[in-house]
Design a protein around this ligand. Structure first.
Ligand code: CA
Length: 570
């Protein structure tokens, strides 16, 4: 975050990737890249970002590289993943909005195809073309017709979940009837008919990636995309993890939030002046709850925390495997969350109702976290996960679009650094290409490509630049489900939608003094606000943003009809 003073930057030990062996060197060995994405994990949910949740493997990784404290993503899953894999703004790469969020006037329009379109080249395509083995395990969410499968966008081997989320165990139920048509797994070109009885998403995604990497017979480098669905709801974790955090959250939301803030200050993730954030006031305070509700609330967070510790354990298995086969030394890791923590309950998903959930799931206390339960983190805990920020997933508030990012590996010589350099998810694509010494073409498969929105972090990682992106010169722009934002230097203009605010109006914040977005300066600084909103308007026009009009189309035509479109949005 830009309010972290540069003197908080710790222990910068010089510089990068085998020092003299830059991509231009004859001795340059192309590094393996392991790109790890987790789903709906909040800004402060890792130990190395201030959490009480134990994540020793990720902490280790963080100490062998750089943690970004000012990294931005989209407020929803698929748009972030599309930008990650293409470096192109989501309104140009096909994820102008996330299915099934289309209104009728947006449906199947250019940039809103609902899958990666032909104006982008995906990282696996370009990496594979340049001699990399390309492997994927995890959530795809970038098209559900065969032409869009990971196998047909550059992945040599893949085991992928195509929807937005599902039960984490073998029954893999849909988030709701509206998600049913896209709730399935594929292996390479084929639909997976059934999952093994002992299936658990995090474990099996890791097993697949380990298999791909260890079965590789030649010495070519690999690009691995490990896109976990944890800790997205439903909150599920294997039995042996269920009680790992028993009692930890009985102290309530506010105490955990205060403890996290104190730890974040201690380890240099936030500035000492950042105040306690009471939240949006839209969700319960701990003292408002009856004892029975406190018990179930604490249990939900126990399961959520256990999911994250379990994620860390399996990431540790990946790292151990790479060490065992002697590929660790030449692997660069990227770890990020795709958006902020999620305040929505299960009833939010299209087609769900309280009656439907009661009929289909057993949410009795003793059954929470098991395969036939369906509970979510909920708003109060999501606000704790997003400490110190306000707002959450789906919004362009800092809690929705500010995520943890670690870039690390034995060959990364910047050590144990928490940097406040600006960085956007689109910046990862050119960074990976630079690390691999690959140039992005202007055309791909006969199609002219949309312009890159991203900037390479290579110079920053090699110590030749103090930041990845100067947002005063290259502002960041966001739009998702009509929540908007422009960040230019320390200034942020933001528009939220009901129910997050009463009226959708532009607000203005100085993030250097007010990262919690509590003091709207719009009426005090109308000229500055206008400058930013004009930049947003220009951006929106450039990228082909289409204003949402009317209700969601899926409500009118139903999920089967809605999801009939093909990979080209026809
Ligand atoms: Ca997500």
């Amino acid at each position: 975050m830009r309010y972290v003073q540069s003197n908080l930057i710790i222990l910068v030990i010089v510089v990068l990737f085998g020092c003299s062996q830059g991509p231009d060197s004859k001795e340059f060995t192309k590094p393996n890249i392991l790109l790890i994405v987790v789903d709906d994990l909040g800004y402060s949910d890792l130990d190395c970002y201030g959490s009480e949740i134990k994540t020793p493997n990720l902490d280790n990784l963080a100490h062998q590289g750089v943690r970004f404290t000012d990294f931005y993503v989209s407020s929803l899953c698929a748009p972030t993943r599309a930008m990650l894999l293409t470096g192109v703004d989501n309104h140009q790469n096909g994820l102008g909005t996330m299915p099934p969020g289309h209104t009728e006037n947006q449906y199947l329009k250019p940039g809103y195809e609902g899958s990666l379109n032909n104006q982008v080249v995906a990282l696996p395509e370009i990496m594979h073309d340049n001699g990399y083995h390309t492997y994927m395990a995890g959530k795809w969410h970038l098209g559900h017709h065969k032409e869009s499968y990971p196998a047909n966008r550059g992945f040599e081997r893949s085991f992928a979940f195509l929807g937005g989320g599902s039960g984490h165990f073998s029954n893999a139920f849909a988030l709701g009837p509206g998600e049913q048509p896209v709730t399935f797994y594929v292996k390479d070109q084929d639909t997976v008919e059934s999952l093994p009885n002992d299936f658990y998403s995090t474990k099996n995604f890791s097993d697949e990636m380990i298999k791909y990497i260890t079965e590789q017979e030649d010495d070519s480098p690999f690009f691995g995309y490990l896109a976990y669905t944890a800790p997205h709801d439903p909150l599920h974790v294997p039995d042996e993890y269920l009680d790992k955090y028993k009692g930890v959250y009985d102290v309530g939301y506010e105490k955990i939030k205060k403890d996290r803030l104190a730890r974040m200050k201690k380890i240099g993730i936030v500035n000492q002046t950042v105040p306690y954030n009471p939240g949006t006031g839209k969700f319960s305070q701990w003292e408002d709850l009856h004892d029975k509700d406190k018990k179930s609330q604490a249990r939900k967070m126990e399961i959520y925390a256990a999911m994250i510790e379990n994620l860390d354990y399996h990431i540790g298995r990946m790292i151990d495997t790479l060490k065992k086969i002697e590929k660790y030394e030449n692997t660069i890791f990227f770890f990020l969350s795709d958006n902020g923590a999620n305040p929505k309950e299960a009833v939010f998903y299209p087609g769900n109702s309280k009656e439907f959930l009661a009929e289909n799931f057993d949410n009795n206390f003793s059954n929470l976290g098991k395969s036939n339960s369906f509970v979510s983190q909920g708003g109060s805990w999501a606000e704790v996960s997003n400490t110190p920020f306000t707002y959450f997933k789906t919004t362009t508030g800092e809690g929705g679009i500010h995520a943890p990012l670690i870039i690390a590996g034995p060959s990364v010589k910047i050590r144990n650094l928490a940097t406040n350099s600006g960085m956007h998810v689109c910046d990862i694509f050119p960074t990976v290409l630079d690390l691999a010494g690959i140039t992005r073409p202007d055309n791909y498969n006969g199609n002219e490509l949309a312009p890159l929105y991203g900037f390479s972090a290579m110079k920053f990682l090699s110590g030749d630049d103090v930041q990845v992106r100067n947002t005063t010169i290259n502002p960041l722009h966001f739009e998702m489900v009509e929540c908007r934002a422009t960040i230019k230097g320390k200034w942020k203009a933001m528009m939220l939608q009901p129910p997050y605010v009463d009226n959708p109006e532009w607000q203005l914040y100085d993030l250097s003094t007010d990262p919690l977005e509590k003091q709207n300066l719009a009426s005090q600084q109308p000229v500055r606000l206008q400058e930013l909103t004009q930049e947003w308007d220009k951006y929106a026009k450039n990228v082909g943003y289409i204003h949402a009009e009317g209700e969601l189309l899926i409500i009118k035509i139903g999920p089967q009809e809605f999801y009939k479109y093909d990979s080209l949005g026809k």
